[in-house]
Design a protein around this ligand. Structure first.
Ligand SMILES: [Cu+2]
Length: 366
């Protein structure tokens, strides 16, 4: 999973308690009626195996929220014969963003479309839900932005009051997700509701914050996992900052046997941020640290045209090569000095096209 620690991740948790409690799931009938059938589901047009699900955007001005409702998804009970979790990946469902302004966080709900009175499904059925933004580039890579990502351990993200990620009316977002059954129950019609707290343009002037993502093994259009050799090993990659700005918070994603992942100044080798793991005695991952730097002035400055490096350290005690066992990235919230200098997304670029074709396929795959 590439981005389970997503953008804004870390600023986050303190506000959770202050949030309004989760709204109940709409009744199944209301859910079913709210999501139109997919446009390509016309007679004669449907491809074999094509999805019957689609997504719709609802703007709730009173609550200052924009909701993306997607479904229906069939979550089939599967035999769990091994430790491998059987996942059901959904297709990427595209929606047009309805208003210009700033996103302040997100939360994910899974609802049962067959429940008469409205019923939330176990959060544990959500392996991950992510949103790609096809109108903006990742800061460091010729890829479309991954705006948010949530797994079952990150059901809600909420930014501090005065911070937001800009989106423009008409931007195209793609929602991708994966589910798995819990306790062997099949759900015939599940719906995902992603709720994004929202500041409308003209209402306020929040600090613009953007997703930051840096991979120790960036592969566009494929998995960024690598084969983990026995013993101690390092995986590193360099990037050049495209513009000036500062990091507000930084977390990351690693797999079992990772010891640390760090950000260095590649010009002088100075360690800027090092995140250490907590592991079980046999090396399985318990958690990876994170850093919050504070706000703009006190953020960690990153300098345009300067070279930086991500270094992941692993110790694989198994004595064997672990196929695709390694993965490491850092992700967080970044405040550009001038957002107008953000690198442009070129849809004709071959890397960008490869990435678009693979959205959702490698994100969050363990
Ligand atoms: Cu992973």
């Amino acid at each position: 999973m590439r981005r389970l620690v997503p953008l804004l991740l870390l600023l986050v948790t303190t506000r959770v308690a202050a949030q309004a409690t989760e709204r109940p799931c709409p009744t199944g009938a209301a859910l079913t009626a709210s999501v139109p059938p997919p446009a390509d589901a016309m007679p004669g047009m449907a491809m074999p195996g094509a999805s019957a699900s689609s997504a719709v955007v609802q703007q709730d001005s009173a609550r200052h929220e924009i909701r993306i409702v997607a479904g229906p998804f069939r979550i089939a009970a599967m035999a769990h014969e091994s430790d491998d979790m059987m996942m059901m990946d959904t297709p990427v469902l595209r929606v047009a963003w309805p208003a210009t302004g700033w996103v302040r966080g997100y939360s994910v709900q899974l609802c049962d479309g067959d429940a008469v009175g409205g019923k939330a499904l176990a959060q544990g059925m959500v392996h991950h839900v992510g949103l790609a933004n096809y109108n903006r580039r990742e800061l460091l890579y010729p890829m479309v932005e991954r705006l948010m990502a949530a797994g079952k351990e990150t059901p809600r993200v909420s930014l501090p009051g005065n911070v937001g990620v800009p989106l423009t009316r008409g931007d195209t977002l793609g929602l991708y997700s994966a589910f798995h059954d819990v306790d062997g129950h099949t759900v015939e019609r599940a719906y995902v509701i992603v709720t994004l707290p929202w500041i409308a343009a003209g209402k306020a002037h929040p600090i613009v914050v953007m997703p930051f993502f840096a991979d120790a093994n960036s592969v566009i259009g494929g998995t960024s996992a690598w084969d983990l050799k026995p013993g101690r090993s390092e995986q590193r990659s360099e990037f050049i900052m495209p513009l000036n700005g500062s990091l507000l918070a930084l977390g990351g994603h690693v797999h079992d046997y990772a010891r640390s992942v760090r950000l260095e100044d590649a010009e002088n080798g100075k360690v800027l941020v090092k995140l250490d793991t907590k592991l079980t005695s046999d090396g399985h991952l318990i958690s990876l640290g994170k850093r919050v730097f504070g706000f703009h002035e006190e953020g960690l400055p990153l300098v345009a045209n300067h070279r930086y490096r991500i270094v992941a350290v692993y110790y694989n005690p198994t004595g064997q090569m672990l196929k695709q066992g390694g993965m490491a990235s850092m992700a967080g919230a970044f405040v550009p000095d001038d957002v107008a200098e953000w690198p442009h997304l070129d849809p004709r670029n071959a890397d960008v096209q490869r990435d678009i074709a693979s959205v959702g396929a490698h994100d969050m795959v363990q």
